[in-house]
Design a protein around this ligand. Structure first.
Ligand SMILES: Cc1cc2nc3c(=O)[nH]c(=O)nc-3n(C[C@H](O)[C@H](O)[C@H](O)COP(=O)(O)OP(=O)(O)OC[C@H]3O[C@@H](n4cnc5c(N)ncnc54)[C@H](O)[C@@H]3O)c2cc1C
Length: 383
């Protein structure tokens, strides 16, 4: 077997990469280790309109569970304020099992071959260049050649590491998350609820996202803590009378991107590359943007018969142009949030009522000096 491109991982990063490579007339094989694409769910399923615009599709009722018009942020003392997106942009809660599979189906319709329940175990490397994969399917090992491999195999990507790219995130850089789909929580169907506090979710937050009618995604992400995310979620839920119908767990990289996302014959995409917003943990829309670029650059490389690192560098330059600054800025905000104690979080919530992060200026901070001088010192880092 020989392909132009092999994509490892069949969820959003893999499906979008393979879709755009196939649309550009390449012979593409996508390999997914799970028997079903999109399963198990490891996501709170929130995304923005930009996700659909980037892929070039209209949001469909088949996988949209609810529309989101803003978020209510809760401080440890129980106060809360609302934030609304710029330009009234609508957010969505997806059914990701359906969404990821529908993008894989589109990719297959564009010509991608897909192997499920197949695990990439190793790379074929000749003269320092990645030349394909060694994969295992139902006990059978096979060598499949390709001019280019795209590693979209998620956080802690083995595949990129096999090619010598360091994709290991330290434990303090990974958000440890657990989520239930709950029935019986009474929330506004168009608002996300976010709870902060060092007793509630150290290094992260609790989320309640309205899913389909009467169902909510309730989860917690924490970082670098002795107690588990599971402990914090159950503690939070002890205040509610509601019952779970599904549970999912997962890790999300929250320290920005890996140092290098390309080498001879290989590109790295999505969680594997750290294409995640370090403040929110949202990776869907950033992954989609970078995966589209990966598919397009793969086509340029194959058509130009140049899969050298020197040529593939343009992949990193292009995603960096599009999302590099967003990720860096969010990392800066996250590092400031990390430093705040609950008193400072309470003062910040009070100050943020009616504002957004971009509207914090030195002048506006003057009003805070009396209330919380230490908070002002922290916020100065992001102005
Ligand atoms: C609990 C939780 C909640 C989240 N909530 C949100 C949210 O609300 N909004 C948002 O935007 N982001 C969210 N994220 C982040 C988001 O889910 C990820 O950024 C996104 O799924 C990354 O997609 P990906 O395709 O790069 O990687 P993944 O979704 O991790 O997919 C990698 C795929 O590769 C496959 N694979 C791995 N190794 C191999 C191998 N060797 N051979 C073959 N296949 C392999 C895996 O089975 C998997 O299907 C959340 C993450 C977690 C953990």
């Amino acid at each position: 077997m020989k392909y132009d491109v092999i994509v490892v991982g069949g969820r959003i990063g893999g499906s979008v990469s393979s879709l755009f490579a196939s649309k550009n007339d390449l012979d593409v094989l996508m390999i997914e280790k799970q028997p079903e694409i999109g399963v198990p769910l490891q996501c709170a399923e929130a995304t923005s309109e930009e996700t659909f615009q980037t892929i070039g599709i209209k949001p469909s009722n088949r996988y949209i569970c609810s529309e989101i018009h803003g978020a209510e942020l809760h401080s440890p003392d129980g106060n809360h304020f609302r934030m609304y997106p710029h330009n009234d942009e609508i957010g969505y809660i997806l059914d990701r099992k359906v969404f990821d599979k529908s993008i894989a189906i589109q990719s297959a319709k564009a010509g991608t071959d897909i192997m499920v329940k197949t695990t990439v175990k190793d790379l074929i490397i000749r003269e320092g260049k990645v030349k394909g994969v060694i994969a295992k399917h139902l006990g059978r090992t096979m060598e499949i050649e390709a001019d280019l491999v795209i590693a979209a195999d998620g956080v802690g990507s083995n595949v990129a590491r096999m090619a010598g790219i360091d994709t290991l995130f330290g434990t303090k850089d990974i958000g440890s998350c657990v989520q239930y789909k709950m029935v019986g929580m009474d929330v506004d169907p168009n608002l996300m609820q976010i709870y902060f506090g060092n007793e509630i979710a150290p290094g992260g937050y609790v989320w309640i996202f309205p899913n389909e009618d009467g169902v909510t995604n309730v989860g917690v992400g924490i970082r670098n803590h002795k107690k588990t995310a599971y402990h914090y979620l159950n503690k939070f839920l002890s205040n509610f009378e509601a019952t779970p119908v599904e549970m999912n767990i997962g890790g999300v990289p929250l320290s920005g991107t890996v140092d290098k996302t390309y080498t001879d014959g290989l590109l790295v995409v999505g969680d594997a590359a750290g294409h995640v917003d370090p403040l929110t943990g949202g990776g869907i829309h950033l992954t989609v943007i970078c995966a589209k670029i990966a598919g397009e650059v793969a086509a340029e490389a194959i058509k130009g018969e140049d899969i050298s690192a020197e040529f593939l560098k343009r992949y990193e330059e292009r995603w960096n142009d599009k999302v590099g600054n967003v990720i860096k800025k969010s990392l800066k905000y996250r590092k400031v949030l990390d430093k705040l104690n609950d008193k400072e979080l309470n003062a910040l919530a009070k100050f943020m009522k009616g504002r957004d992060l971009d509207s914090i200026t030195s002048a506006s901070l003057l009003g805070l000096v009396k209330e919380s001088p230490s908070l002002v010192r922290h916020l100065k880092d992001i102005i």
